[in-house]
Write a protein that binds this ligand. Sequence first.
Ligand code: SAH
Length: 514
Amino acid sequence: MGAGPGDPGLITVAGRDALARADVVVYDRLAHPALLGHAPAQAERVYVGKEAQRHALPQPEINALLADRALAGKTVVRLKGGDPFVFGRGGEEAEHLRARGVPFVVVPGVTSAIAAPAYAGIPVTHRDAASSFAVVTGHERDDARETGGGRAAGEATGEAEQRRRWDRIAHAADTLVFLMGVEALGEITTRLMENGRDPQTPVALVEWGTWTRQRVATGTLATIVAVARDSGIKPPAVTVVGEVVRWRERLAWFDTGPLFGKRVLVTRAREQASALSERLRQAGAEPVEFPTIRIEPPDDGYAALDDVLPKLSGYDWVVFTSANGVANVWERLGGAGRDARAFGGAKIAAIGPATAAALGERGIRSDFVPTEFVAEAVAAQFPEPVGGRRILLPRAAEAREVLPETWRAAGATVDVVPAYRTVLETDGAAAIRDMLRDGALDVITFTSSSTVKNFREAVGDVPVPAATVLAAIGPVTARTCRELLREPDLVAESYTIDGLVDALAARLKQGENE
Ligand code: SAH
């Protein structure tokens, strides 16, 4: 299966489905680690590759591992960077499986040969400049040796054949894309010029293409070796040779945004971190997930929640304050053999778009979603007077009391039942303390007061560097940030994930212009 070139969004739907069914995932270093998150938690994860040309497991052992696990009845995903049949040895591995009678499917992937140039703003074809492209290995020698065929190409094929080979390559297509070509760059450029390619032909090197650490260096056939040396470009990188390289000047898009390459700490609960991380990655940032809180069952083991479920239809309003609350209420309902009809005529409110979306996924249209998501605003915007009404709030055990107290004061009967508990997650705190000390975090995001509290507790006394941007999702979170850390550098205008990412982009852009 092809993992795509890096950006975890470039996996295919078929690939994601395959991972979701995997018992075993066998992967190497060019597959983005975030993709492993699509596999079930209990799936076995086997890492088999260290560096491009050196394998932690020799190829015959990888072949044997795949077949052995499959013949033991497991569903095995062989996750490979880019496309599995483009210099990925996918062909050899499939042959081995066939020989041992193991059934398989092939899931193609987005190859770095096309995607790395694309993320550098370089189209491999263009009507004005290139009507063909060729993908070439820059490392035939190692490639041949590693296939285990025992043929050392350079020696066995001789100088004459080498010349014929380079003549063919030089004229193979308008655009040439070399994979595994960084170490042999000197030879590649020399041979291409010897075989008639103009020394002025533009060349681009795209290192870690589509990853948030992407770097691009450009020059010509005559200069690129020096450019590569000066910029320290290392594998993995693709080398693009051809007029299309000039289009980068006009089309660069990925590595030019304000969030590009910024390391952003995401302090949401693990279950929710992915939405924010995904948005950040789309903007070119590198999210570092530090789940400071984890969702657990409430202390009473759902006793209060289970107790209230048969009485749901007796409420005028059920008010959900988070997607976690929605998820747990539905899970307990389902466990009791019931469904959404248990709400009867009760109206349903969602405090925020993510909560409304969680309800929507379960077939419930919210009767009220406030435009501001702090308790005071919710009370003020509520669509009807609450006097005499019965209101249920299934929510976090340790939430603020403002909303129920305001409603009680207005004459409502308010029942608050704990639907979940957020607990401190200290795993990884040491790594974050190190990053803080090294100034390695560009931004820290806070999406609720509890993320600020838990962050403070987890990192202890290590100060937050002045250069690190503190971003709060809303005014309440900002206040906690002010109290426990320092004045936040920005507060989102709309208290949502999108609002937070937009505010961050605006702030960093402004910083660039200063
Ligand atoms: N099957 C892969 C290629 C494997 S060969 C694919 O289709 O992309 C390994 C080579 O691929 C690397 O040496 C490098 O030249 C290239 N490569 C893979 N991922 C890359 C990336 N994200 N950016 C630049 N080059 C990459």
